[in-house]
Design a protein around this ligand. Structure first.
Ligand code: FAD
Ligand code: GLY
Length: 376
């Protein structure tokens, strides 16, 4: 007799793994199908910042989603450790959003006023105070916004912890298994065709990050998910050089990880799936990082890497059910914040599949058909 899963999840990144964890915890029979290896794409390239308030500068559905997800990390970290023994290296020492000039300081001060609506502990720190907090910062830094609740995690470990916990609740994971198309009957998805044969199920979730548009096109929907390449490097000082994350702008940040490495990211190059690390990309980052923290130039080199962010036309992810193909769901397009958004994505998708979220207003902004780009 053929095996039928409740849910096939396509993609073994952080979002696919988080969804698998939540669904299998509910008692559903779940399988993750991953083209290559678990966490081999964006989810292993990320810096792991939970930067709801440093990265998102205006109120709206994405900001509210990010805040909700950020608040889940403390409990999630202990819960996953209990189930799997994996420490996701949740560090909650805050973040400094740097103003490198007096002109930028005016903008950052406006951000402080706005962000304090959600977290009154956020404050402006002037050039003297900021160097008391982080003596390694360049003397030219004009000040910054201190965000005590924008922490970080180790993204690969978080993905592995979600996946291991899902396995413990009965999920299966098949690596080196690429989904090629859907099996569709009478208005409903009933399985997938893979490079290793068919798999039948009741529901399918597409969690394929930057590769989501390709699969969904078969269903008559053209969603604008596109790749944005990001290169990074790290150094590993013998003793800590910075205590908190230093976030200059979206082109340079330094994240002091629990193992002593400082992750320095990240470049942004649109519309390429190329994962080569380039001297030009790393040179730009080195210049920016040394401008912020001059000592970086003398620290022991550790490694370089690169990943592909899944961006969308309007910057919001797609989280929801296909408007016409029953049983087909999507969770992709989390761009710069997929690690931060992974806990809430897992929870929302699991609740949605369980029929508990039909009227969730937050999800309206993340609908698959919000651009009405059907191409029948
Ligand atoms: P992915 O991790 O890309 O996983 C998708 C998976 O689907 C892949 O493993 C792929 O092999 C698989 N797949 C694709 N097609 C198929 C198919 N047909 N069949 C089977 N499998 C398939 N986010 C943060 O929150 N904080 C950060 O600090 C941060 N820093 C970042 C730094 C860099 C340099 C980059 C590149 C990204 C960063 N991000 C950060 C963003 C974050 O990494 C992504 O948003 C997130 O990892 C997306 O996860 P995902 O599971 O949706 O996609
Ligand atoms: N959120 C950091 C990045 O995408 O580079």
């Amino acid at each position: 007799m053929k095996k039928i899963f409740n849910t096939v999840i396509i993609g073994g990144g952080i979002n696919g793994s988080s969804i698998a964890y939540q669904l299998s915890k509910m008692g559903r029979k779940v399988i993750i199908l991953e083209k290559h290896l678990l966490a081999c794409e964006a989810s292993s390239a990320a810096a792991g910042m939970l930067a709801a308030q440093a990265e998102i500068e205006q109120d709206g559905p994405l900001f509210q989603l990010a805040l909700k997800s950020q608040r889940m990390f403390s409990t999630l970290s202990s819960e996953l450790f209990e189930y799997t023994g994996i420490d996701i290296e949740y560090v909650n020492k805050g973040m400094l959003k740097i103003a490198e000039t007096e002109e930028i300081a005016l903008e950052v001060k406006k951000q402080v006023t706005f962000q304090r609506n959600w977290d009154p502990a956020i404050q402006w720190v002037d050039s003297n105070e900021i160097r008391d907090m982080e003596p390694a910062l360049a003397p030219s830094v004009a000040g910054g916004m201190y965000l005590p609740n924008d922490g970080h995690v180790q993204p690969i470990k978080l993905t592995q912890a979600f996946a291991k916990a899902a396995l413990q609740f009965g999920a299966e994971i098949r690596e080196n298994t690429e989904v090629l198309s859907f099996i569709y009957e009478q208005g409903k998805v009933i399985g997938v065709n893979t490079n290793k044969g068919m798999i039948h199920c009741e529901q399918v979730v597409i969690a394929t990050g930057a590769w989501a548009a390709k699969l969904i096109k078969e269903t008559g929907l053209d969603i604008p998910v596109y790749p944005v390449k990001g290169e990074c490097f790290s150094v590993k000082p013998e003793a800590p050089v910075i205590n908190t994350t230093i976030f200059s702008d979206k082109r340079c940040y330094l994240v002091p990880k629990q193992n002593g490495e400082i992750y320095i990211g990240a470049t942004m190059a649109e519309n390429t799936f190329d994962k080569n690390v380039t001297p030009g990309g790393i040179a730009t980052l080195i210049e920016r990082a040394c401008h912020l923290v001059p000592q970086i130039k003398d620290l022991p080199w550790e490694r370089v890497w690169c990943g592909i962010r899944p961006q969308t036309g309007d910057g919001n992810p797609y989280i929801g059910e296909h408007p016409e193909w029953k049983g087909l769901f999507i969770a992709a397009g989390h761009f710069r914040n997929g690690i931060l958004l992974s806990p809430i994505t897992g929870k929302l998708v699991a609740d949605l599949l369980d029929g508990r979220l039909a009227d969730d207003t937050l999800l309206t902004s993340f609908r698959i058909d919000r651009h009405n780009e059907f191409v029948h």
